[in-house]
Design a protein around this ligand. Sequence first.
Ligand code: PLP
Length: 219
Amino acid sequence: MIADSIRLIESELHGKATLIAVTKTKPVELLLEAYEAGCRQFGENKVQEMADKQPQLPTDVQWHLIGHLQTNKVKYIASFVAMIHSIDSLKLLQEVNKQAAKHNRVIDCLLQIYIADEETKFGLSADEAEALLQAPELNELPNVRIVGLMGLATNTDDESKIRGEFRGLKLLYDKLSQIQRPMIRFHELSMGMSGDYRIAVEEGSTLVRVGSAIFGSRN
Ligand SMILES: *Cc1c(COP(=O)(O)O)cnc(C)c1O
């Protein structure tokens, strides 16, 4: 049952990390079930799906965009999205700022860092992330706040490999959080999914993004 799974996962987070229920491909009835069980943080990886579901859930839900985001789609979520986990360019950040300004909002953003040993995953390298955080152009973006980093570990059964990737991301997080600028306020490290959230929390995650362990596998 959804409520039991949420309670079990919450108990394993030991209050160190916040659970984001990843609801991609799942019908609104199941989201409402998670909401009834106390969940207020929901993650979707597609703009269209999130924009369709948002009006059907209570207004105190916090929506997290966790998938790749194209600049031309930011406008569909800018009025309500709580956090964007997948910032991978200055251009995207500039568009988020522009759309957030239209709604008089400041949108919390995470830089997605490439940590996996796989070709297909999006994200910035450590050097690219540092360059972005030092970019003079950030001074012109009053409607975004960069609050931390996000990463996806390699999809593998090798726990030590996953742990090493998360540990590296935490080290980068600690390093980059030293940068002092008004629009940078690091306090979130988004790492861990159904298969690896326990390891992620041990390595310093503050946000775990869990789908199938709550809702069952996706087809
Ligand atoms: C789908 C997805 C998740 C959740 O995956 P599960 O293995 O079902 O927990 C987490 N993060 C991102 C970026 C995703 O796309």
